[in-house]
Design a protein around this ligand. Structure first.
Ligand SMILES: [Zn+2]
Length: 84
């Protein structure tokens, strides 16, 4: 079994601890699976926070319009069942 040093955690791990990757010399990803998992999670958390911040900013800027629209929508739906 070939051992590969992980670029991220610097530990030497067997090559099956690395995802396959076509653009590298040894055909394996430079970071091990554990590190890739951590990277993905961090990227996801960051993205989620950004989206939440953007949603809040949007709602703060347009909250009155959004509330007004949903009130009108409800009223309209009650009066006209065919309205979607
Ligand atoms: Zn690693």
């Amino acid at each position: 079994m070939t051992m590969i040093p992980c670029r991220a955690c610097k530990a030497e791990k067997p090559e099956d601890e690395f995802h396959r990757h076509t653009n590298t010399k040894n055909g394996r990803h430079p970071s091990c699976k554990e590190c890739r998992k951590g990277e993905r999670r961090a990227a996801y958390a960051e993205k989620r926070d950004t989206e939440r911040t953007q949603m809040r900013a949007y709602y703060e800027a347009n909250g009155d319009v959004i509330r007004q629209r949903s009130v009108e929508d409800k009223r309209r739906r009650r009066q006209d069942p065919a309205y979607v």
